[in-house]
Design a protein around this ligand. Structure first.
Ligand code: GRF
Length: 221
């Protein structure tokens, strides 16, 4: 699969952006990764706009961050839907209504169904706080410490129908120090997440990412 959202001027290393990439961000919690995206857009490091932020948690601070930045922020209560598929269908309709081209799962703590994943295959990213395929699922930092690894980090990958499984786009490594706690490791991994996520979105916006099976290739021009 070849993803192209920008035209490349062959040989010049330059890209012509026809328009800004429209993002939809799904978040369940404090939204520090959402904030990193908002800040990167404000600074000009990321040429994109956030069309909408969606959450499955009413009190997610991510919703507050979005509203402060003037971004539409919507909470959908999972209890109002008879199935995960029905819930994901309303998310899909909302993302489409906001013309979202790339979905970013930024701390979205709910399993997705094919209803949402398939229409956005190759156009949906997740950030996970371990070096996948090690330690998928919840409490990745705690899993890393308890396993005794000396290196952990974060992974950004395209989303497929299995949790924390799709093709890896980028990773950043963080050493696990002696006496490390879950929260000290999580804090240091988070610093890397905030650097890496806006960069990866910018690569996507420039049409630099190409998926071949499980392997994501980074095009240089
Ligand atoms: C991050 O550690 C991310 O990797 C994981 O959930 C956490 C979300 O943090 N998927 P925040 O809500 O972006 O602050």
């Amino acid at each position: 699969m070849h993803i192209k959202s920008a035209l490349s001027l062959k040989g010049t290393g330059k890209f012509i952006m026809s328009k800004k990439l429209i993002l939809g961000v799904l978040a369940s919690g404090r939204g520090s990764n959402l904030q990193a995206i908002i800040d990167a857009i404000s600074s000009g490091a990321l040429q994109a706009e956030i069309g909408v932020v969606l959450s499955n948690k009413k009190d997610a601070y991510a919703l507050t961050r979005a509203k402060k930045a003037g971004i539409p922020a919507i909470y959908f209560d999972p209890n109002n839907y008879p199935s995960r598929e029905a819930y994901d269908t309303v998310l899909l309709e909302t993302l489409r209504a906001h013309l979202v081209e790339l979905v970013v799962l930024a701390g979205y703590m709910r399993l997705l169904t094919a209803k949402l994943v398939r229409p956005y295959l190759g156009r949906m990213l997740n950030i996970h706080p371990s070096l996948l395929p090690a330690f998928p699922g919840l409490h990745a930092q705690r899993q890393a410490i308890e396993y005794g690894v000396k290196l952990s980090g974060c992974t950004i990958h395209f989303v497929d129908e299995k949790m924390d499984h799709g093709p890896v786009i980028a990773q950043a490594a963080v050493p696990v120090k002696a006496g490390e706690t879950t929260s000290s490791l999580a804090d240091r991994i988070l610093i890397e997440e905030h650097h890496l996520l806006p960069r990866v979105i910018q690569w996507f916006a420039e049409g630099r990412l190409s998926i071949e099976g499980r392997v994501v290739r980074h095009l240089t021009d």
